[in-house]
Design a protein around this ligand. Structure first.
Ligand code: NAP
Length: 245
């Protein structure tokens, strides 16, 4: 039985990870800002077999609240084995282009709050010399594109930060798993037209839980995105600038 902290637990992808852990009988501590959704998900995960499910409503942009949330999670579960950081917003690129405030707000939600959490959790796990920290980044962080470079650059920061953290914590027996999904059919992408490259959150969750079990370093979800991103990153700028991707 694992003790798992899910940050951004109302995310569709995180909820499906929670379901898989619940069926294994794990203990779950859920953090999200929508109290009603949190209650509904907690009840569902208990029914699915979780040993215990605890909820902690908070806006993750309240950076000062992170330390007490982590203290409470650790105390309530008598320790934390695994953390999944899943919260995020898909930035409105056009609005960000016209508003420095909106751009900074997106950077706070998608990068700064995550970096703050990673820093605190890393120090906690380094002291214990054990643990798995998983964070959902994105393929969008691999190369900035005109259509979503604000969101993409926040994910690039998360990926680079997690990469450094992984190397730092290697000798402390702490795994840092960077998850890079491609297109997942969730509320975040509700307005997008879906095609061949899309997967359901249930399938994404299965791959994420497997990667966490195996303490993998960096996973593309699904794996074909690794190859796709190698190709996209290799396109020379003079060609890339003319593409509408
Ligand atoms: N869907 C995709 O195609 C895709 C692709 C690559 C990466 N990702 C990443 O996967 C992760 C999960 O997203 P998803 O696809 O599962 O979308 P989702 O269902 O829309 O989940 C996003 C979650 O983030 C929460 N959130 C946003 N800002 C928050 C804040 N300040 N405090 C607390 N919670 C906050 C939202 O809570 P509320 O409901 O309260 O707003 C929501 O539960 C995100 O990091 C996303 O960037 C998604």
């Amino acid at each position: 039985m694992k003790k798992i902290l899910i940050i951004g637990a109302t995310s569709a992808i995180a909820e499906h990870c929670g379901r898989l852990w619940a069926t294994r009988g794990d203990t779950l501590y859920l953090v999200a800002r929508n109290e009603e959704r949190l209650k509904t998900i907690a009840t569902d995960l208990k029914v699915r077999g979780a040993t215990q499910v605890l909820s902690h409503p908070m806006d993750l942009n309240d950076l000062d609240g992170h330390a007490s949330m982590l203290d409470l999670a650790g105390a309530a579960m008598d320790g934390i084995d695994t953390v999944l950081i899943a919260h995020g917003t898909l930035s409105n690129q056009k609005v960000c282009e016209q508003s420095v405030e909106e751009t900074l707000s997106e950077i706070k939600t998608n990068a700064l709050s995550t970096i703050c959490l990673l820093t605190r959790i890393a120090n906690l796990f380094e002291t214990k010399q054990t643990g798995v920290i998983a964070v959902i980044s994105s393929v969008a962080g691999d190369r900035g594109r005109a259509s979503n470079y604000v969101y993409g650059s926040t994910k690039a920061m998360v990926s680079a930060f997690a990469s450094g953290l992984r190397q730092r914590l290697y000798e402390s027996n702490v795994a840092v798993v960077t998850i890079k999904p491609g297109f997942v059919d969730t509320p975040m992408t509700a307005s997008f037209r879906k095609g061949l490259l899309w997967i359901k959150p249930k399938n994404a969750a299965a791959k994420i839980v497997h990667a966490i079990d195996k303490r993998k370093g960096e996973v593309y979800v699904p794996s074909f995105w690794r190859l796709l991103m190698i190709v996209i990153k290799a396109i020379p700028n003079n060609i890339f600038n003319k593409l509408k991707i």
